[in-house]
Design a protein around this ligand. Sequence first.
Ligand code: 5GP
Ligand code: ZN
Length: 119
Amino acid sequence: NATPAAQGCIFCAIAARQAEASVVYEDETVVVFMDLNPVTPGHLLVVPRVHAVGLEDLDGVTSAHAWSVGHDMARALRRSTMRCEGINVLLCDGEVAYQTVFHFHLHVIPRYAGDGWTL
Ligand code: 5GP
Ligand code: ZN
């Protein structure tokens, strides 16, 4: 269930500023930071402050806000000097869907011609 912080959860720790991250945006509901192992330059993660594992336990209001911030981040990347040519906004829910951190997050992934990244 969605709780304010989960023991041992790295994204809860980052949201609480108890772990290091390159934060690029934050508000009362979400924090956005650079992925530690970016698949392309500028790879961002949009993370609700509340601990929810995935789609099943994240409330709709928080989810809607996270997607909206993801949209804003994608637009900002398109307008930035990163000069990306496309964007993937991606959610991995469940181990078979390549989820590795079990705290809900959206990937905002700038795409460049020939960047070679495949899911
Ligand atoms: P998933 O596969 O769960 O959708 O994605 C988890 C993402 O979180 C991966 O892209 C991984 O590089 C990133 N990640 C994992 N641990 C950390 C961390 O401690 N800090 C940051 N900034 N990113 C992390
Ligand atoms: Zn968490």
